[in-house]
Design a protein around this ligand. Structure first.
Ligand SMILES: *Cc1c(COP(=O)(O)O)cnc(C)c1O
Length: 339
């Protein structure tokens, strides 16, 4: 099959050939299983369905000019899923098992890795949830780990362009001492209403303030926030932010480019002082922010007037993409070649 229109892929579910599964039962992980079934037969009392024992990951595989398929920082995703599992008391997946499952899922679906020229990639979605029956509130002792993949389009179909964000004090994504730092479905359920409101008003996402004091910037729905000023890359520090691997990588690349970097509390007022701002995550690498509207106070923060991204944001974006596709060297060992 190659009737996939690589140029016009979007970020939506597509059936591929196989997925990889692994069960945790009787206190241990089993063998990796290969399935071509898109459905999972789950117990109706599974804790993943009732009490939100569920976590996921998201990463990509890229086809290089040299025909090699590259995974970006897969060990980091393995560690983060381990931390999410710990955070909501699920069975933890050993790092190597996670990596093996991801590699297996990519290899089994090689024909779905988009060609280099398309600028598209293979999106990988690891998923872990409580599958054992339990009706009293406590962690179960049976878990299912699944990895499936699908080709997704370049995030910026019309090029790398700024989008607008909304601030509102009417919603929180995560509680101050809650699960914001884990990649769990519950945080996403909690953000759907705010996200839909933002979309209905024409914004790309909600920029959340810290949920305790509403004084500091937290993150942008499914992406971390950064601002750039005085040759410094600044990103919020908070216990309820999901530690983005893209953000961590951009901090390193910013340093390499001679920028200073700071991870600290970012007061709301500081938005006024940034020369550039962006949201970062696996989906888009960087989504430059053109404008932020605080819909409660009516205040507006503008970072782009001409529809163009900031220069440093663009430089960082190009650098990270070049490493991911293998166009530039990988000095930090971020790439795993799938062979
Ligand atoms: C996944 C995610 C991100 C981005 O993390 P990356 O590792 O860069 O993809 C940011 N915020 C939230 C809430 C997320 O779930």
């Amino acid at each position: 099959m190659s009737n996939i229109d690589w140029q016009n892929l979007s970020f939506s579910y597509m059936k591929t050939d196989y997925n990889v599964r692994c069960w945790y039962r009787n206190g241990k992980w089993g063998e990796l299983e290969i399935s071509s079934d898109e459905h999972i037969n789950v117990h109706m009392a599974a804790t993943g369905l009732h009490y939100g024992q569920e976590a996921f990951e998201g990463l990509k595989a890229f086809m290089g000019k040299d025909g090699k398929v590259r995974l970006f920082r897969v060990e980091e995703n393995a560690r983060r899923m381990y931390s999410s599992a710990e955070g909501i008391m699920m069975a933890k997946i050993p790092e190597q098992l996670f990596i093996d499952a991801v590699i297996k899922a990519v290899k089994l679906n090689m024909r779905f890795v988009p060609p280099y020229e398309s600028g598209a990639a293979l999106y990988i979605r690891p998923l872990l949830f409580g599958a054992g029956p339990k009706i009293g509130v406590s962690p179960t002792d049976e878990y299912l780990f699944v990895v499936f993949v699908m080709p997704v389009g370049p995030y910026f179909k019309e090029g790398f362009k700024p989008t607008n964000m909304m601030i509102s004090r009417q919603f929180d994504r995560a509680a101050p001492l809650g699960t914001g730092k884990y990649k769990v479905g519950g945080n996403y359920a909690a953000s759907l209403k705010a996200g839909e409101l933002a979309h209905s008003k024409g914004y790309a996402a909600v920029l959340y303030l810290d949920s305790k004091e509403k004084k500091y910037i937290d993150e942008c729905g499914p992406a971390n926030f950064f601002g750039i000023k005085n040759n410094t890359y600044i990103t919020p520090d908070s216990d309820s932010i999901l530690p983005s691997i893209t953000n961590k990588s951009l901090i390193q690349l910013a340093k390499d480019m001679g920028l200073k970097t700071e991870r600290r509390k970012v007061p709301l007022e500081e938005l006024e002082t940034f020369e550039e701002a962006g949201a970062c995550g696996t989906a888009a690498v960087i989504s430059p922010i053109g404008r932020i509207d605080d819909i409660d106070t009516g205040k507006t923060y503008i970072y782009s007037k001409d529809g163009k991204p900031g220069q440093l944001s663009e430089k960082l974006y190009n650098k990270l993409r070049a490493i991911q596709y293998g166009d530039e060297p990988d000095p930090y060992g971020w790439i795993t070649i799938v062979e």
